[in-house]
Write a new protein. Structure first.
Length: 211
């Protein structure tokens, strides 16, 4: 039997007490809904971005979408997705200008991916004393970071907007690159069932890909 807490959605008040250099920060208080909404927009935007890249990989590899998903589901970092995407474009005869355009976006994607990970995965709280929205940053990329960090709403909004911009830029760059390719067999991909992300808008159609 599941514990009673398992049936509840993430509580708005997280009883978090942080000990830092021997001092105890005030227990957290209620996190305003707008912070959860902002974090949700970042999560949803990034999920769409990953689908956009994955879908292009399936198309360029000419595999059924479900078969392609078995492969791309195991690609984690944005850089790895771009490497697969660019490799396939080169294999299909893409010109250097389109390759350069996509490579220039991979660095932005990597930076935003790291920001997204911290915002989504780090513990969130609001100080009862200062009212600041704070996240507990714990990373160890050659140097340990273990400290509560204030995260203003403006930062969350900026990350969400940058992800939205990245989606539009990548969608356009991918479509232009694919349109420039010499003809190749797309039978397996085009006849498969799956999704059809709009590369010019941040929406996903649940209709089959048949085209």
């Amino acid at each position: 039997m599941l514990p009673s807490c398992a049936s509840r959605i993430l509580p708005l008040k997280i009883p978090l007490v942080i000990f830092w250099h021997g001092a105890t920060m005030n227990e957290s208080t209620k996190v305003p809904q707008e912070y959860y909404a902002a974090i949700g927009r970042i999560a949803a935007g990034w999920a769409y971005f990953e689908v956009l890249i994955n879908h292009a990989i399936w198309e360029l590899a000419n595999v059924e979408q479900h078969a392609g998903a078995c492969i791309t589901a195991h690609i984690g970092a944005p850089i790895a997705r771009f490497k697969a995407l660019v490799s396939l474009l080169k294999y299909r005869g893409c010109n250097d200008a389109h390759i350069k355009s996509l490579n220039s976006l991979s660095g932005t994607a990597d930076e935003l991916g790291q920001k997204r990970n911290r915002i989504i995965h780090d513990v969130s709280a609001v100080s009862a004393k200062t009212g600041e929205f704070t996240q507990l940053r714990i990373t160890a990329d050659r140097t340990l970071v273990f400290q509560p960090t204030p995260v203003p709403m403006s930062e969350l909004t900026q990350v969400a907007e940058r992800i939205s911009k990245l989606i539009k830029e990548c969608g356009s760059a991918i479509q232009e690159a694919i349109n420039s390719l010499p003809a190749y067999d797309k039978t397996q991909f085009s006849q498969s069932q799956g999704i059809s992300p709009d590369r010019h808008h941040s929406e996903i159609s649940k209709t089959p890909t048949n085209s």
